[in-house]
Design a binder for this molecule. Structure first.
Ligand SMILES: NC(=O)c1ccc[n+]([C@@H]2O[C@H](COP(=O)([O-])OP(=O)(O)OC[C@H]3O[C@@H](n4cnc5c(N)ncnc54)[C@H](OP(=O)(O)O)[C@@H]3O)[C@@H](O)[C@H]2O)c1
Length: 287
């Protein structure tokens, strides 16, 4: 049995299939899909992430534009930029790169709510969050979608399994709860105030870790045969690593995602999928 949940290879496969689907659709509609990313300030990591997204867009046949704004932009100016993209019929998806610079950060929910829900390819608008509550994953957040796709591709059963998620953010933990429930798994969500974290980790058949601390999970903490999804992205001595001590747990776990090459490429692949979904909805005439 394969031990490594290879997100890189699966993402390449999904992107290649998507490229064909987009080509066929564009043949009928005439206009290509377009994603607009909004980048505020000069955060280096954010720039790297946005560039990866644009590069993948080009590979699958999605046009993309980057709206780069100064750190000193006002709240009103950012609202105006979002309004412009909402009103631009050639733009089908809008992504506001987070985190925003300090002065704007407290208003993040307002900005996300300002993005038209049909162009909300990150799945952060309250309407799309509400739909997920009803198990509609059409425009749901990309990282949890990627996690589910990896588990399903490698035939990891979710039904009747204990799924421990160490993260409660809007990006990972919260949306994942509904995706696990939809598939009849039993999610346990942990965070910094969880009383018995060690016990929650030990009971996991599937363990999703997204805390942002290297080597947070070691072999003494896990149950034999657990499937581990390592979402974390940390830089240690200039090298990218996850939250799990990969070498340490490798023998004891049943399956594990590597970092890099696990959840990262799957997240970008699902951004592409969401953009295509948003595009189809906006370009297909309603009967
Ligand atoms: N691969 C990808 O595509 C991808 C996508 C998204 C995020 N990430 C990575 O995933 C990690 C988390 O991202 P995020 O945006 O969700 O971060 P975040 O908002 O800071 O969430 C971190 C979560 O971990 C919990 N946590 C932190 N330390 C803990 C501890 N000692 N014990 C128990 N829980 C603890 C926090 O609990 P509290 O809520 O109590 O603070 C919080 O729920 C980061 O490394 C990020 O780079 C990767």
């Amino acid at each position: 049995m394969e031990k490594i949940l290879d997100g890189r290879t699966l993402a390449d496969k999904l992107n290649s299939q998507l490229k064909d689907d987009i080509e066929k659709f564009v043949g009928k509609i005439g206009v290509p899909p377009k994603l607009a990313t909004v980048l505020v300030g000069n955060d280096l990591a954010s720039e790297v992430y946005v560039n990866i997204k644009h590069k993948t867009c080009a590979n699958v046949g999605i046009n993309s534009i980057m709206v780069k704004l100064s750190t000193n932009i006002t709240k009103e100016q950012l609202f105006n930029e979002i309004d412009k993209l909402n009103g631009d019929v050639s733009v089908h998806g809008i992504l506001l790169q987070l985190p925003l610079p300090d002065p704007l950060r407290p208003f993040t929910p307002e900005f996300l709510e300002h993005i038209s829900p049909i162009k909300d390819v990150d799945g952060f608008h309250p309407i799309n969050k509400g739909k997920l509550f009803d198990y509609n994953e059409e425009l749901a957040p990309c990282t949890p979608k990627g996690i589910i796709a990896l588990l399903e591709h490698y035939k990891v059963e979710i039904k009747r399994k204990n799924v421990t998620i160490i993260n409660r953010s809007n990006l990972v933990g919260k949306p994942l709860i509904f995706m696990i429930l939809k598939r009849n798994g039993t999610p346990t969500v942990c965070h910094t105030s969880t009383k018995d974290l060690d016990q929650c980790i030990k009971q996991a058949d599937i363990l999703v870790v997204a805390v942002g601390h290297a080597k947070f999970i070691t072999k003494d903490k896990i149950k034999e045969g657990v499937v581990i999804i390592d979402v974390g992205m940390n830089k240690v001595e200039g090298k990218l690593c996850g939250d799990v001590d990969f070498e340490d747990v490798l023998e004891k776990c049943r399956m594990i995602t590597p970092v890099p090459g696990g959840c990262g490429p799957m997240t970008v692949a699902f951004l592409m999928q969401n953009t295509f979904t948003a595009y189809k909805k906006q370009t297909t005439p309603k009967n």
